[in-house]
Design a protein around this ligand. Structure first.
Ligand SMILES: Cc1cc2nc3c(=O)[nH]c(=O)nc-3n(C[C@H](O)[C@H](O)[C@H](O)COP(=O)(O)OP(=O)(O)OC[C@H]3O[C@@H](n4cnc5c(N)ncnc54)[C@H](O)[C@@H]3O)c2cc1C
Length: 394
């Protein structure tokens, strides 16, 4: 069942606003297990844009959830919070899946047949024959958010009814979602397509859409392909995991200088305070073109992080980081490890550039990632079995 009384807190890209929203969520979290699948009203937390940039941290969200009730009451919510952790950890151990996605996008941009391009243009413009799909497109591009169930229906219609390449749908999401995240997005699209759990795909059904939109949308019989097969297995879900280079724990080190980036706009550990700080601004997002709302969200989140730090110098290239290091007499810089994605790719290049001038970039991780990423070796359910033991103890 869904409710309608709860109001949405305005999305503002600051840590203060994220914490305010979190503190208003007792009722939502308490009802989450029964309400969360309804895509109508405030049935879920809408915290993802904050969590994505680490304006608020997973441990803070989980800690608040524990004030709502015992583990059994909040288990479903806790499970979803660490789905994100699972996807991040899974991709960290198999970053070639991200690279394969970008490569395939480049190929598709060059080779997509004309008829597919026409369907793509209509889908992205929200001008298809399916009014509910068009409404979801409009909601995505005008708000930067879609409910999880809508994302599943959207991706399924895109892949199995419109027969469009999943990668192009994933790009459309990544460019417009305020929470757009290389791991959660790429791997969720792969999951809907039946590539992430080979042979098991997600098919949007008319009755499911009607039920969970409380009758707002009722697809006509035959409008959706409800019997399509999964996409052909690309083998990527089974590539061996490479142990990600985790640690040290950020709170255990005392860097003499820090480099900030937009993947982590969270509070700095006490041991990172009062040292010179430079922000590496990454604008290179190959094969992607983030929408205005996403650009503004990132700009707001980074400005908020900088305001909490105090004085931060902006650097837009390796040369500018090197200059800043010289001016500040710095030969070693600490940074949060950027996980697989655009910032990770840019920082890999930066690290090499700095090393040639004798400057070391040393990465550290959040304790949450150090604890849970090593559990993301196989499917979600073995991960949850291990993670829930740790979470129950807290
Ligand atoms: C095709 C597709 C694409 C997606 N792309 C993204 C994405 O780019 N970024 C993103 O953060 N999530 C993505 N998700 C996952 C999920 O839809 C969103 O995290 C969720 O809808 C965010 O809304 P909420 O904050 O109200 O979530 P809630 O239901 O309140 O959950 C609380 C938190 O748990 C995490 N979470 C919940 N569900 C999931 C999930 N299925 N997978 C991973 N984390 C989850 C999020 O951090 C979320 O804020 C995608 C799902 C699908 C099916």
């Amino acid at each position: 069942m869904a409710e309608s009384g709860r109001s949405l807190t305005a999305l503002v890209p600051t840590r203060t606003q994220g914490l305010r929203q979190l503190n208003d969520l007792a009722e939502v979290i308490g009802d989450y297990a029964t309400s969360r699948n309804y895509a109508d009203g405030m049935t879920t937390s809408r915290l993802s844009p904050y969590i994505r940039r680490r304006l608020i941290l997973e441990e803070e969200v989980l800690e608040f959830a524990r004030t709502v009730g015992g583990f059994a009451r909040i288990e479903k919510f806790a499970q979803e919070v660490v789905w994100r952790t699972y996807w991040k950890g899974w991709l960290e151990a198999r970053s070639s899946v991200w690279k394969a996605y970008l490569t395939q996008l480049r190929t598709l941009d060059e080779t997509l047949p004309g008829a597919d391009q026409d369907r793509l243009v209509c889908a992205i413009a929200g001008k298809t024959d399916l009014p509910y799909f068009n409404a979801w497109c409009d909601e995505l591009t005008s708000t930067g958010y879609l409910h999880n169930h809508v994302r599943m229906w959207f991706a399924s219609v895109w892949i199995f009814t419109f027969r469009l390449p999943w990668e192009m749908g994933a790009r459309f999401f990544l460019d417009h979602l305020l929470d757009g995240d290389p791991a959660s997005n790429t791997l969720s699209w792969r999951w809907v397509a039946g590539l992430q759990t080979p042979g098991k795909h997600y098919l949007a059904r008319a009755d499911n859409i009607a039920k969970y939109t409380n009758g707002r949308w009722v697809p006509k019989p035959g409008e959706l392909d409800e019997s399509a097969h999964s996409l052909r297995d690309d083998g990527l879900a089974r590539i061996p995991a490479v142990k990600p280079p985790l640690g040290p724990d950020a709170s255990q080190i005392q860097p003499r200088a820090v480099l900030l980036h937009d993947e982590d706009c969270g509070p700095l550990p006490d041991s990172w305070a009062a040292v010179p700080a430079v922000r590496f601004v990454v604008t290179d997002r190959p094969q992607h073109c983030p929408g205005k709302l996403v650009e503004e969200w990132i700009a707001g989140a980074t400005a908020d992080a900088d305001a909490r730090v105090g004085t931060v110098t902006l650097a837009r290239s390796a040369a500018e980081v090197i200059d800043w290091c010289r001016v500040n007499g710095v030969v070693e810089v600490g940074a949060f490890r950027p996980l697989t994605g655009f910032v990770g790719d840019a920082l890999a290049v930066l690290t090499t550039g700095l090393a040639t001038t004798g400057i070391q970039l040393r990465f550290a991780d959040r304790g949450h990632d150090i604890t849970f990423f090593p559990m993301a070796t196989r499917g979600f359910f073995p991960f949850w079995e291990a993670a829930s033991v740790t979470l129950r103890r807290r």
